[in-house]
Design a protein around this ligand. Structure first.
Ligand code: SF4
Length: 555
């Protein structure tokens, strides 16, 4: 492909994406303050996220601002841009992401860190905040992942929004706008931003461990209940309209970072949801979104209101990352699937990891929904803290039990457990990738023997990298830069002075992590207490097993 036609081809692709969209809201395309909301994921996945659509609405509807979106390019386009020096551009006008007053990144997992740097690098933006002498664009990141641990990106971002954007975004925009209009220096701007609740400014809040006043922000239930308003055949969830019915999670799974970092659990009020549903136009399928949509006390009434409007309903969990699932059972957004998230096949281990759900209840709920489903998806984790060989065998038993109850195709997803910041298991080790590989071999052999069961396994090596990024400190920024230069991850971490084996060992709960200076609204004491409770529960199990073995010997 010669250079010119490729440029035209990608410009046309961009315009087609835009033309295919229908948007129920109108935003100003002109404003004195120009923002770009940049997703380090591709268009289809990003625009299927209610959270992204909500952030865009907040930014684009703020007075005197105009906001455009930018997405990580599809792989072919990324290589072309990188090879010929074309920047990452916005969807709306095709301008470089460098040409804005504020560039707001929304990483949704650790995998996005390197993609953020790739987008910046494509666009000729100096990576390090301290080296960006030109004030604009100011670069900010927000979202669950950086709320929990901003340190890996701390050298690159000018600021972080810690917590949900609703309470923070207005004051942030007003501050930047007014000081920007006065010609204030970048330093002055950042100093002022540092005074706002929930803002972490690495260059000002200089020494992690010595500040404790950066408090995570969250919206009241009044600011919730959002619906998706941009639809496109290019989105993963196509013609489905999403409606948020709750935020946070009523459960307390000890491995789940979004579960902790989205606390408190909040439900949207029935009357407000009914009125939103009543006003919906041209909607056929409505997805009710929450970490555990069936936990909403008025779920039946909400469904009734939607059915009265002739809408088809799906109940979906938030798709934050691979370690968040509905408390019990939910539907897939795009397929007629029942989704079960038992995490493990064993009731005891499930209790130890904080998920108070029994096999029987889960399977009985599944039975009730079999008639309308076309397949079953089941999500497990391996390498969980305190997991034994017997626990892993129980995964096979669980799938066998599902197989015995239905002829529907079964898809099994098994991901390695990754210890994440601000969870009760943040001190736990990642299972050794070699062991993970052996366990995957055993499980896949067992699943192959079952009819109409297909299994997918998370890659142990990728899990190892993710754990290093998730629990990393400021030195990870060096590893990211090294990775950007084209070396492999092992070399990148080595050059950054990070021993990649450290995440394979348990960390002393007395030890304070670099991210501990943030105030999540709950403390490390709570997490340590929950961790120790799991340890005690497991010790009880070991004692019981020893007693049973002794008894057997005596008999
Ligand atoms: S895994 Fe699911 S049920 Fe458990 S805390 Fe996270 S969101 Fe809630």
């Amino acid at each position: 492909m010669s250079r010119k036609p490729a440029a035209e081809y990608y410009a046309e692709r961009r315009r087609r994406l835009l033309d295919n969209e229908t948007c129920n809201l109108e935003f100003s395309t002109k404003g004195i303050f120009e923002i770009i909301l940049a997703s380090p994921m591709e268009y289809g996945a990003t625009m299927s996220s209610l959270r992204f659509q909500n952030t865009f609405r907040q930014l684009a509807s703020w007075p005197e601002t105009c906001c455009e979106r930018a997405f990580y390019p599809e792989m072919d386009e990324y290589h072309w841009r990188s090879r010929y020096g074309y920047p990452s551009v916005t969807l709306e006008s095709g301008k470089s992401i460098k040409q804005s007053d504020l560039l707001f990144f929304t990483p949704s997992s650790e995998d996005d860190y390197i993609r953020i740097l790739e987008m910046m690098s494509l666009s000729g933006i100096q990576l390090k905040s301290a080296e960006r002498v030109i004030k604009w664009p100011l670069i900010i990141a927000g979202g669950t992942t950086v709320t929990a641990n901003p340190m890996p990106l701390a050298e690159f971002m000018d600021a972080f929004v810690i917590g949900e954007t609703e309470p923070s975004i207005g004051p942030v925009l007003d501050t930047i706008k007014s000081l920007g209009a006065q010609g204030a220096s970048k330093k002055k701007l950042l100093r002022r931003l540092a005074t706002l609740p929930g803002m972490y400014i690495p260059s000002i809040h200089d020494i992690p461990g010595k500040v404790s006043s950066i408090m995570r922000q969250w919206a009241g239930s009044d600011g919730m209940g959002m619906t998706s308003y941009i639809h496109s055949p290019d989105c993963i969830n196509r013609d489905i309209t999403m409606l948020e019915i709750s935020r946070g999670c009523p459960f307390n799974c000890k491995f789940c970072q979004p579960g902790y970092v989205s606390l408190p659990y909040r439900e949207c009020k029935l009357e407000e949801l009914e009125s939103v549903i009543d006003e919906l136009q041209d909607v056929k399928i409505l997805a009710l979104i929450g970490s555990s949509p069936r936990s909403h006390p008025d779920i039946r009434k909400i469904i009734k209101a939607a059915e009265k409007k002739g809408l088809e309903i799906v109940l979906c969990s938030n798709k934050y990352d691979d370690q968040i699932h509905s408390g019990e059972l939910h539907d897939d957004l795009t397929e007629k699937s029942i989704v079960l998230s038992p995490e493990t096949g064993n009731d005891f281990l499930r209790k130890v990891i904080g998920k108070k759900l029994k096999n029987k209840k889960l399977l009985d709920s599944m039975d009730k929904h079999l008639e309308s489903a076309e397949k079953i998806k089941i999500y497990f984790m391996i390498g969980l803290p305190f997991e034994t060989d017997a626990d892993r065998s129980s995964i096979v038993d669980f799938v066998k039990e599902v197989r015995s109850r239905t002829d529907l195709p079964i898809e099994v997803y098994v991901n390695p457990f990754i210890p994440k910041p601000w969870t009760a298991f943040q001190w736990s080790p990642l299972a050794n990738p070699t062991d993970l590989r052996d366990w995957i071999d055993i499980l896949s052999g067992e699943f192959r023997k079952m009819k109409k069961v297909k299994a997918w396994f998370g890659d142990p090596r990728e899990a190892h990298i993710r754990a290093l990024l998730a629990r990393g400190d400021h030195r990870v920024s060096r590893a990211l830069e090294e990775k950007l230069s084209g070396v492999g991850w092992n070399t990148a971490f080595k050059n950054a002075g990070i021993n990649i084996r450290w995440v394979l060992d348990e960390v002393d709960p007395e030890m304070s992590f670099e991210w501990s200076f943030l105030n999540m609204g709950f403390g490390h004491t709570r997490l340590a207490r929950e961790y120790h409770a799991s340890i005690s529960m497991n010790q009880g199990r070991i004692k019981d097993l020893e007693k049973a073995a002794e008894k057997e010997e005596l008999d």
